[in-house]
Design a protein around this ligand. Sequence first.
Ligand code: C5P
Length: 218
Amino acid sequence: MTIPVLTIDGPSGAGKGTVSRLLAKKLGWHYLDSGSIYRSLAIALQINSVDVADTNAIVKVAEAMTLEFECGDELQVKLDGVDITPRLGLESTGVIASQIAAMPEVRAVLLQKQQDFRQFPGLVADGRDMGTVVFPDAENKVFLTASAAKRAERRYKQLIEKAIDANLIEIQKAIEERDRRDMERASAPLAMASDALYIDSSELSIAAVIEEILNLIH
Ligand code: C5P
């Protein structure tokens, strides 16, 4: 029997993480936050002082790193036994992650690490290429997006709530720049799978998005 997978792809800040985590909980399935794998590698490169343009060195670090995930209220990640959770969400980590994610050699090394998450009774996988490349045979696929302005506003609120200094205009610029890099790269660009359900969450609550996705599954 094949293990069911629900893929949720889309640009950063569309609400994929929150929606995927809640759905995994409701369904009793495992959860893969694939962005956190790219982010963990970005942190590993910083720790090892590896140049983000040195593909060979990056591939070596990607092959050697061990990751342990713990999915409570917040995702906790250990890189080679060290808790890196506080650094995962930093904007600087996301920028490096999106730079190295453009390298096909890096994506190839990380592919199996992501596919290993497919375990009984099922998996909710969140990312950019879950439905197109990593789990093309998933029976349920969603492309979740929202306007750049709305995504910037949400990110701004998150940062302010955490008492982190933030500038809305700069956040929107960074989001647009990351979208551009993720969509224009040659290797597994951010794109909607032809068999995915398109959801624009700009004017929708999290609960409404979840309901729409549960309708798709049932
Ligand atoms: O989703 P998140 O913002 O954590 O992802 C960080 C970066 O990792 C993205 O901007 C993207 O470049 C890359 N990524 C990817 N493929 C995925 C998930 C993330 O290329 N499946």
